[in-house]
Design a protein around this ligand. Structure first.
Ligand SMILES: Cc1ncc(C[n+]2csc(CCOP(=O)(O)OP(=O)(O)O)c2C)c(N)n1
Ligand SMILES: [Mg+2]
Length: 326
């Protein structure tokens, strides 16, 4: 394992953890409005898979996507300012937490509708195939999306047309408060690939090195014209579904047990065992990540709100009482 790669993976996960912690604090102070879905516990999935991708690959994600944008390279201050709804945000403050977008980095968004990422990914992959481009699409979704019609329609179409899509299930075992065995007849998501004559496998989503390796292999398969691939990452979220969730449907013991396999601690342990980095280097990465997050918060605080909230609204304003267009 290359030392530089390990360093990058550790830094990314530390940045992710501190960024989400800061976002939670800012939300509690009333600086972030709307819904806020955070990623602690799941860092190894976005970090391991996106570091295995090429810069030309497209990325389509759900509403739990701050970390994906950060790893893709969207500046942390632009992500934080977007959460604040400020003009310095990556979407000028119009999108907010669930709708990050960064065309320059081929980050096709943050989607709030469960199952929405599939058709968007299929569209991008179809374009790539038509133009014989070498790139792939990484399509993220939760375990709660696998019984949506769009999942089945899109996997079928992708397999039929051998589209270059890597489907990545972030299986954190919960669809809000409903545990996977209560919403799915088949809980091993990767097994569904066989219904579409597609390759699929499960990987330990708490082990960033395993996710990185599995994604490299899966992308190799997709990039070489073998059709799509379904990668299931077995993971866990530490916080409630969103900041509005009281998280009363699972025991503190369950959460504590899963925190025992924390992805950052696991990587640190491996780094110590292999002697890849010394403790001073790890501490420096942690301090750097904290500084970047503090700067991102200051930037967001100082960034003004968008001047014209209606700037990108194309519908004519309606008179809400009469229904007539004004
Ligand atoms: C079509 C649709 N139905 C319901 C919802 C409400 N909803 C928002 S998130 C969510 C749970 C999704 O769970 P999962 O796909 O496992 O993703 P996770 O939040 O665990 O990352 C639901 C049902 C929605 N946004 N879209
Ligand atoms: Mg889930």
């Amino acid at each position: 394992m290359q030392r530089d790669l390990v360093k990058q993976l550790l830094y990314d996960m530390l940045l992710a953890r501190h960024f989400e912690q800061a976002a939670a604090e800012q939300y509690q102070q009333g600086r972030i409005g709307g819904f806020l879905h955070l990623y602690p516990g799941e860092e190894a999935v976005a970090v391991g898979s996106l570091r295995a991708a090429d810069p030309g690959d497209y990325v389509v994600t759900t509403y739990r996507e701050h970390v994906h944008a950060l790893v893709r390279g969207t500046p942390p201050e632009a992500v934080m300012a977007e959460l604040f709804g400020r003009s310095g945000g990556c979407c000028g403050g119009y999108g907010g937490s669930m709708h990050l977008f960064d065309a320059q980095r081929r980050f096709l968004g943050g989607y709030a509708i469960v199952g929405e990422t599939f058709p968007v990914a299929i569209g991008a992959a179809y374009w790539l195939a038509m133009n014989e481009e070498p790139d792939c699409v990484l399509c993220y979704f939760g375990d709660g999306a696998v019984n949506q019609g769009t999942f089945h329609e899109s996997l079928n179409m992708a397999a039929l047309w051998r589209l270059p899509v890597l489907f990545i299930c972030e299986n954190n075992h919960y669809q809000i408060g409903t545990e996977i065995h209560r919403h799915s007849a088949v809980v091993e998501v990767h097994k569904r690939a066989c219904a579409y004559a597609m390759e699929g496998r499960r990987v330990d989503g708490m082990d960033v090195l395993a996710v990185y390796k599995a994604t490299r292999e899966a992308l190799h398969h997709v990039r070489n014209g073998n059709g799509p691939y379904l990668l299931e990452c077995d993971t866990y979220r530490y916080r409630g579904h969103s900041m509005a969730d009281a998280d009363a449907y699972r025991s503190a013991m369950e959460v504590a047990e899963l925190k025992g396999r924390d992805p950052i601690s696991l990587l640190r342990k491996r780094i110590r065992e292999e002697g890849w980095l010394d403790s001073d280097e790890c501490a420096a990465l942690d301090a750097a990540a904290r500084r970047v997050v503090a700067d991102a918060v200051s930037f967001a605080e100082q960034s003004p709100p968008p001047e014209d909230l209606h700037a990108h609204v194309h519908a004519r304003p309606l008179d809400l009482y009469s229904g007539a267009a004004r």
